[in-house]
Design a protein around this ligand. Structure first.
Ligand code: AOF
Ligand code: ZN
Length: 352
């Protein structure tokens, strides 16, 4: 029985992932409706403001199978919502459709839900099973849950290190460490996050484009801290081709950009204020791609949720030391000679 529940929950996760990159600030959610070991409906949350996974799953049931809904089980990767947001509550739909049993993986920490969805279903006689594949379910919904509980984006640190532990060469001389497969994967990640950030020195020395080119998908918003307006406007990040936020202490200069915006912040708690502003703008996931100063800042202050580290075979004579993550990776993938380590911050793994 549990094996079946896990099989259907895996399907929910697969469906949920199809929404990656377009649901912010909502979570990615997948749902399936099962009657006697047969999927009669399935769906996922496709875009912010669009119907929830449960609604899509109910809608997908064929006319012949509709009468089976009151004898079926609904599997859903996240606790069904019990609030009126941009769409009506899914708990009402479940009760109205007389679905007798709901199996969920993890709780929705959003205000007004956070266990209320489960409680409401139980009050109406729906049998609720919680915690199926809860570790994977927690990680799947972590971007939304971090966004609502910590009032900041889910923060992904991404970097590559040499075989002897260096991030790159000193003095900002660019050196490419990863192979082509790893590079393409990074572009896929760019298509999946809401925003991407590099520090001032990386924007200056590497002159990156910070867009999605090697994988089909949209480019994230660029976020560049430039406290003292040191960056010359001929850099690629000022090409005004995609929305770009420049955070500074200084008075914003006069400009004719249409997609590039300056945001002035007080020097105290600069990055805290930057993250709060991104939260205010519904940026749910932020990937930090370097360089050393900014990565170390987030690692030291514990303001990170996930680290994606490429370990490469190159040996550098000298270089900038990489941040120390300090515990074993959660997963390791091989990309030819590169090894990709995925780490989750202790606060994500602690209460599994
Ligand atoms: C679900 N299933 O597929 C999603 C949920 O503003 P709204 O109407 O989109 O609702 C926001 C709430 O719904 C909030 O709690 C968010 O976490 C949750 N998203 N809930 O039952 C779904 N996407
Ligand atoms: Zn819902």
């Amino acid at each position: 029985m549990l094996v079946l529940a896990e099989k259907y929950m895996q399907r929910c996760f697969e469906l949920a992932r199809l929404g990656t990159g377009s649901t912010a600030p909502n979570p990615t959610v997948g749902a399936v409706i099962v009657y006697q070991d047969r999927i009669i409906g399935e769906g996922y949350h496709t875009r912010y403001g669009h119907p929830h996974a449960e609604v899509e799953a109910v809608r997908s049931v064929s006319a012949e199978d509709r009468h089976l809904i009151p004898r079926s089980t609904l599997y859903v990767s996240l606790e069904p919502c019990s609030v009126h947001g941009r769409t009506p509550p899914c708990t009402d739909l479940i009760i109205r459709e007389k679905i007798p049993e709901v199996v969920i993986s993890y709780i929705d920490r959003s205000p007004g839900v956070n266990g209320e969805g489960v409680a409401r279903l139980r009050e109406h006689g729906v049998e609720v099973v919680e915690g199926v594949l809860s570790e994977a379910g927690k990680l799947l919904s972590a971007p939304r849950n971090i966004f609502v509980t910590r009032q900041r984006p889910y923060l992904i640190l991404k970097y590559a290190v040499s075989a002897n532990g260096y991030l790159g060469l000193p003095d900002g001389k660019p050196f490419w460490l990863t192979n082509g497969y790893s590079k393409r994967l990074v572009h896929r990640w760019r298509s999946e996050v809401d925003a991407i950030m590099v520090g001032t020195s990386t924007a200056l020395y590497d002159n990156p484009r910070l867009n999605t080119r090697l994988f089909p998908g949209s480019s994230p918003i660029r976020v560049i801290p430039d406290r003292n307006l040191r960056l010359p406007l001929h850099l690629h990040v000022f090409d005004d081709s995609i929305p770009t936020l420049i955070f500074t202490h200084q008075n914003p200069p006069d400009h004719e950009f249409t997609q590039t915006e300056y945001i002035q912040l007080e020097p105290e708690d600069f990055f805290g204020a930057l993250l709060r502003e991104l939260h205010r703008r519904n940026i749910q996931t932020l990937m930090v791609e370097g360089g050393q100063v900014i990565l170390e800042h987030f690692q030291k202050t514990g303001l990170w949720d996930e680290a994606r580290i490429f370990r490469t075979p190159h040996y550098l004579e000298e270089g900038l030391p990489a941040p120390t993550i300090g515990h074993a990776p959660y997963q390791v993938h091989r990309l030819l000679e590169d090894h990709l380590e995925i780490h989750y911050a202790p606060h994500l793994l602690r209460f599994l």
